[in-house]
Structures are given as C-alpha cells and as structure tokens.
Design a protein around this ligand. Structure first.
Ligand code: HEM
Length: 127
C-alpha cells in the first residue's frame, strides 16, 4: 500500500489505542474515588487525541473515498463514534450519579468494541 496512507492508518490506529487507554485510565481512577482532576489529564490530552483520531479518520475518508451515508460500514461506524462520544460525556462530565456514570462508561467500552468489530468486518472484505 501507498506509504503515506499506511502511515495515516498507523497514526489513526495509535490515536484509537491512546483514546481507549485514557478512557479506561480515567474511568478506573474515578471508580477508585480519586478522579483525574488536573486539566492536562482530564481535558487537554484526551481532547487532543480524540480530535486527531477524528481528523485522521476524516482524512482517510477523503483519500479512500469511503464516505459515510454512501458506504454502509462507514455510516454505522460514524454513528457508533457519536454514541461513544456522548456516553463519554455522561461518564465523565454530565452524569449526576456514580451509577449512571459507571453504566455510561461500560456502555462506551461496549460501543468501542463495536467500532473495532465494524472495522474488522470491513477490512476482511464483507462491506
Ligand atoms: C473511536 C473512534 C475510532 C476508532 C476506535 C477507530 C478505529 C479504527 C481502526 C482500528 C481502523 C483500522 C486501521 C488499520 O488497521 O488499518 C480504522 C480505519 C479507518 N477509520 Fe477509524 N476509528 C475511529 C474513528 C474514525 C472516524 C471518526 C472516522 C471518520 C470520520 C474513521 C475513518 C476510518 C477510515 C476511513 C479507516 C480506513 C478503512 C480502510 O482501510 O478501508 N475512523 N479505524
């Protein structure tokens, strides 16, 4: 495959791994009763990584011409990404009660697994 595209895919993959790791870390800290309070770990680093994940994804959409609302897998993936983002908001910012936050956190992890599954099915040539 074209080297710059391969680099972009690797970068996207790295951002996905970073996003998941931070999500798990912040959740575990929250359940341990010592949530991440400093702005760098709570907002700046996660926001930068998630923005890069989105931008690298959008760049690949353009390069590979795998447009959402045209390609089924991309439509499903984008929908799941939106749900992942919303559940993340509930888990760390909006949820009023610990139970709701925890449910949203587990839900987001499930949705993340769903995103990986969709990518895998797509890459194995189904759609
Ligand atoms: C939580 C968010 C996301 C996760 C976990 C994720 C994960 C992945 C993974 C694991 C791959 C396969 C990389 C490889 O091994 O080649 C991939 C590819 C891709 N992703 Fe994402 N992604 C996310 C968000 C996005 C977004 C927001 C977009 C677009 C707006 C996007 C567009 C793409 C495209 C176009 C590919 C290339 C598929 C191909 O090679 O045919 N992704 N993503």
């Amino acid at each position: 495959m074209h080297a710059p595209l391969e680099a972009l895919r690797l970068f996207h993959l790295g951002c996905a791994a970073g996003s998941l790791s931070l999500f798990v870390w912040r959740g575990v800290r929250q359940w341990q009763g010592r949530p991440v309070l400093h702005r760098l770990g709570r907002r700046i680093v996660p926001d930068v990584i998630d923005t890069m994940l989105l931008l690298s994804g959008l760049s690949m959409v353009m390069v590979l011409r795998q447009y959402p609302f045209v390609e089924t897998w991309m439509t499903i993936k984008l929908f799941l990404v939106a749900v992942y983002i919303m559940l993340g908001f509930v888990a760390f910012r909006l949820g009023k009660h610990a139970r709701l936050r925890r449910a949203a956190w587990w839900g987001a992890l499930l949705v993340f697994a769903g995103i990986l599954a969709i990518v895998r099915v797509h890459l194995s040539g189904y759609f």
